[in-house]
Design a binder for this molecule. Structure first.
Ligand code: GAL
Length: 812
């Protein structure tokens, strides 16, 4: 294991980075900041969850984080990913936590390891392995011996692994911080007195593991010493830690929000995010973490919610596909640089805040030795203000902060964006070899029907209706509830109540009706008209889960599946036949799952002439060549219903393009002024919550790839197409009131004047050139990137001037 550490050290040396990681750093804290090797630090951190991308993507994501000005990468540790069977650990591929941490170290960044091991995170069952649920007497996340024993065992396992690889800063590694539990304070009242004893136990259990670096608990006001209690939220500037010797830290600054099927897609304007960040550092904060900096993808069946989409893009500064999202990434990068210009003053002293008028505040960090940095805030939502500060006057747009690294000259205002904006688009990839009208690049289709009802030898019969998660142990999304009932025939209504998340009712092999749950209320209740035959009628109910609950007190007991009553109503004599407590036969999972169809290698697949379309319960298989180029790839599921998809045997997750975002209020240009919440800025109303699904490039070979789909509700797979994610348009906008670029900032007035506000445009990747100027205006243009129009005043020469500059730079 010593060898592992030597490798990290020599790589660091090769890259010419500091040797700090090799010699061991002393990480402590005081009332102002984390203290690394005796030096208080202002740190900027960002969340990247390793299993939400691929090891092939990690180096680039980490580099883009570093380029964006991050000092720290934060990740949760996902217990159920590593120990899906008790005592059998898996740290391979996307689960290779050690590799991820080492890559962060190689980039010269620190790590915040949030072990949890309950993590929430819109992750299946909040990260807790399902087998814990079956331990006799267990109660999760409270003072309960069986739970504490398992939590301690896994936490110790992870800490030991990190120690063996010498990954703690105290050992020369990058980990400067760890978290135990997660937002327990939000729900602890439900656990009565046991909550306090549990949290005290968790604190001493964690500290006893002797990592040599501080532990935090987020949203835990009563976190006992020496644990630092930290804040999560859209804003944390008003937060105060629970003891004078603890620094003000923000572990989750939500850069956007997650999406659930059936809901619109939230986004968070960067002006507001930048405002929140600047306010935090203004009012004494010294560590903040973007949740998420790269959100990524919930591959496989890892999404929680329930009903969380496969995409976990989160409107983060790096998008799901690994491309930087502009101007979000660039503007935050400028904010980080501006804050870092103030670092020496910020860590040297306590802030002093004074009011400059209604909703106007000045904060000064000033030392006797002459250091001085100031933040001027206008947290009014309506109008700009002119303030007088130290004898000078400053214009502050509404809901903005200006940063003055020398207490005099503004380096940045959070509402004024210097960064370039980009528009990333999905471009459909027509097939090379398929000339049919479908445009799909798939060939050699074959299919297998999934039988309706019981088909497995391991089916079993029990009286009454069983709760789904207790029955399947989450081995599959699917559970069949089957019964055969004798009637005299005729029309009736089948009534079924279920906890969700989806339900299909089949009568004598035919789909009779379906229902789906909604986010917030996953219950499904259906009343479907059915025609019964005289004699035996087969009733087969297929219930499916779409990711297990991850949040709330006792969330693990939420349950799913058919609870009943299941009734046949309105038979000839008007009677109601209640089938709920009769003998039901159960089958866990699908036959196709039992046969391992997802790998695509079964001999049962055979090309068959006509492909069934819009028919429920069908497995499809096709082959395809890689879309050309090297851009990230998505599969467009237009035409399909709901199911799961595998590429060369690897699950890209659940797809559900027919689940349409309900019509809330959507807008493309949300007003960033004023408090943000996850319902404030929405897009995609009336469209699929998710239509495009990430297929990592590294999972695709140049040719001979295999796609397998399980289609649950019915679809037309010939409509499937690939798209690649491309950046096509870049925009920049500047005015005489914009500060000069952060990199050029200086206290010297003359050189600042010489520089002036500067507009710069550059393509995001090296192999791109600016091929066309689509719009240029000098005057009062209106609109946003991609939809600018001239305002009332515009110069006729703007375009030709910009074109000339472009030609010049092309030559250079
Ligand atoms: C927090 C939680 C995170 C994540 C987030 C929402 O409450 O700590 O794990 O679930 O909400 O994305």
């Amino acid at each position: 294991m010593r060898g592992g550490n030597a490798l990290v050290c020599s790589l660091l040396l090769l890259l010419g980075l500091t040797t700090t990681f090799c010699s061991g750093a002393n990480v402590t804290y005081d009332h102002r900041a984390l203290v690394i090797d005796g030096k208080r630090r202002v740190l900027v951190s960002g969340s990247i969850h390793y299993p939400r991308s691929t090891p092939e993507m990690w180096p680039d994501l980490i580099q883009k984080s570093k380029d964006g000005g991050l000092d720290v990468i934060e990740t949760y540790v996902f217990w159920n990913l590593h120990e899906s069977v008790r005592g059998k650990y898996d740290f391979e591929g996307r689960k290779d936590l050690v590799k991820f941490v080492k890559l962060v170290a190689e980039a010269g960044l620190y790590v915040h390891l949030r072990i949890g091991p309950y993590v929430c995170a819109e992750w299946n069952y909040g990260g807790i392995p399902l087998w814990l649920h079956f331990i006799p007497g267990i109660v999760m996340r409270t003072d309960n011996e069986p739970f504490k024993a398992e939590m301690k065992r896994f936490t110790a396992k992870i800490v030991d692994m990190m120690k063996q690889e010498k990954l703690y800063a105290s050992q020369g590694g990058p980990i400067i911080l760890s978290q135990i539990e997660n937002e327990y304070g939000n729900i602890d009242s439900a656990f009565g007195n046991s909550a306090k004893t549990y949290i005290n136990w968790a604190a001493s259990m964690a500290t006893s593991l002797d990592t040599g670096v501080p532990w935090v608990m987020c949203q835990q006001n009563d976190a006992p010493d020496p644990i630092i209690n930290t804040c999560n939220g859209f804003y944390c500037d008003q937060f105060t830690p629970n003891a004078n010797n603890k620094p003000k830290m923000w572990t989750e600054n939500w850069s956007g929000w997650f999406v659930t099927y059936g809901e619109a897609v939230p986004y968070r304007p960067v002006e507001d995010l930048a405002f929140a960040v600047a306010r935090f550092y203004q009012l004494g904060g010294t560590f903040q973490n973007y949740y998420m900096y790269h959100g990524g993808t919930n591959f496989d069946r890892t999404s929680g919610g329930p009903l969380a989409t496969t995409s976990y893009d989160y409107d983060a500064p790096i998008d799901e596909y690994g491309l930087i999202r502009q101007p979000k990434w660039g503007h935050l990068k400028d904010v980080h640089k501006a804050v870092k210009l103030c670092e020496d003053a910020i860590v040297a002293t306590d802030p002093k805040t004074t009011s400059l008028g209604s909703n106007l505040e000045a904060t000064v960090y000033k030392t006797e030795s002459g250091l001085c940095a100031a933040f001027l805030a206008n947290f009014g939502t309506q109008s700009a203000a002119t303030v007088n500060f130290n004898g000078n006057s400053y214009q502050l747009p509404a809901w903005s902060v200006s940063i003055l690294p020398d207490c005099k000259n503004v380096v940045l205002n959070t509402a004024k964006i210097n960064s370039v904006a980009t528009i990333s688009k999905f471009i459909g990839q027509p097939s090379k070899d398929d000339t049919t009208a479908t445009g799909a690049s798939f060939s050699s289709w074959s299919w297998i029907n999934e039988p309706v009802g019981i088909s497995s030898n391991s089916a079993f019969t029990k009286p009454g209706l069983l709760e789904q998660i207790n029955t399947t142990a989450d081995q599959s999304d699917y559970l069949w509830y089957s019964i055969s009932t004798e009637t005299k025939g005729g029309d009736a209504v089948l009534h079924v109540d279920s906890l969700g998340h989806t339900l299909h009712a089949f009568i004598n092999g035919q789909l009779a009706g379906s229902g789906i749950g909604k986010s917030g209320d996953t219950k499904v209740s259906i009343d479907v008209p059915v025609s019964l035959i005289a004699g035996k009628n087969e009733i087969d109910l297929l219930s499916s889960t779409v990711g297990l609950q991850n949040y709330g007190a006792y969330y693990d007991k939420k349950g799913a599946g058919v609870t009943g009553p299941v009734q046949l109503k309105g038979l000839q004599n008007g009677s109601i036949v209640d089938l709920s407590s009769q003998q039901w036969t159960y089958q866990i999972g699908l036959r196709g799952e039992e046969l391992g169809l997802s790998s695509g290698t079964s001999t049962l697949w055979a090309s068959q002439p006509t492909l069934p379309k819009n028919q429920p319960l069908v497995w499809y298989k096709a082959s395809f060549d890689a879309p050309t180029g090297s851009s990230p790839v998505a599969l467009d599921f237009t035409g399909m219903g709901k199911g799961e998809a595998w590429i060369n045997g690897q699950s890209i997750g659940r797809y559900w393009p027919t689940n349409i975002a309900r019509n809330s209020v959507c807008t493309d240009s949300c007003n960033y002024r004023g408090s943000y919440n996850s319902n404030k800025c929405l897009k995609n109303c009336g469209k699929p919550s998710q239509q495009l699904y990430h297929v990592p490039r590294s999972w695709i070979k140049p040719s001979g790839n295999i796609l397998v789909l399980f289609e649950q509700t019915g679809g037309d797979p010939t409509q499937l197409t690939f798209a690649t994610r491309e950046v096509q348009n870049i925009c920049s906008r500047i005015s005489e009131t914009h500060p000069i670029p952060v990199d050029m900032w200086t206290s010297d007035e003359e050189s600042r004047k010489r520089t002036g506000p500067t507009l710069s445009l550059s393509c995001p990747s090296e192999n791109q050139i600016i091929s066309k100027i689509k719009f240029a205006s000098f005057g009062t243009p209106v609109g946003t990137c991609g939809s600018f129009t001239h305002g009332r005043c515009s110069s006729g020469k703007a375009r030709s001037v910009v074109e000339k500059v472009q030609i010049l730079t092309d030559i250079l």
